[in-house]
Ligand binder design. Structure first.
Ligand SMILES: [Mg+2]
Length: 205
């Protein structure tokens, strides 16, 4: 079994760090819930769209190590390894932020994976060579196809529903906040990493 996993908002949870940075700067009130989406919505409501763009450059760059793995994400990879499955990370992010200082966002992503133990290959089965950071959505889908994956796990239904998404790859939507509507395509929905390996075992390839 070959499993592909998205990085941002699938392995990495940014809820706390977006809230922390926005409250540190007093851009939002501390009573805004600790949620990436709600911090974004509040900044937009306040007319601070450009600050939201700047914040993303920092959170996906120099402050990325303050983001946390979703609960049981690391343990899920260890279970894949124990079951003899191969795992790959396939992500789409620009090399540098759209606005603000020119941080290397790809280096930040690799550092985050190393820092949080995801690249301890004997335990997780993942090494630097298994991490594919692409700069466009098309390249991401091409990579998902060329890796001949059985499954791909992503938080964005838009990606899984793309007409160019490789037809041979089964799709799993990671929906940790349980806010996605049911999908018409045969996409398996999952709300917590602890469910993932058993779902894949049950569903097969
Ligand atoms: Mg994502």
């Amino acid at each position: 079994m070959r499993i592909g996993v998205d990085l941002d908002n699938t392995l990495v949870c940014y809820d706390e760090v977006f809230w922390k940075l926005a409250t540190e700067r007093e851009w939002i009130a501390p009573d805004v819930p600790r949620s990436k989406e709600l911090v974004r919505d509040e900044l937009r409501r306040l007319g601070r769209e450009s600050d939201w763009t700047l914040l993303q450059g920092e959170v996906y760059g120099p402050r990325m190590n303050e983001a946390t793995p979703f609960p049981n994400a690391w343990e899920a990879l260890r279970t894949f390894r124990e079951r003899g499955w191969s795992v790959f990370v396939v992500s789409h992010r620009t090399r540098v932020p759209f606005a603000g200082p020119s941080f290397d966002l790809h280096a930040a992503a690799r550092d985050w994976l190393a820092w949080h133990g995801f690249l301890e290959e004997p335990k997780t089965g993942l090494c630097q060579g298994g991490v594919h950071l692409e700069t466009t959505k098309q390249e991401k889908m091409a990579r998902i196809g060329s890796l001949k994956l059985n499954w791909f796990i992503d938080d964005l239904p838009e990606l899984l529903l793309e007409p160019d998404f490789p037809a041979s790859v089964r799709k799993m939507l990671f929906d940790p906040h349980c806010h996605r509507p049911p999908l018409s395509e045969p996409i398996v929905m999952v709300h917590h990493w602890r469910e993932v390996s058993d779902l894949i075992s049950r569903e097969g390839c």
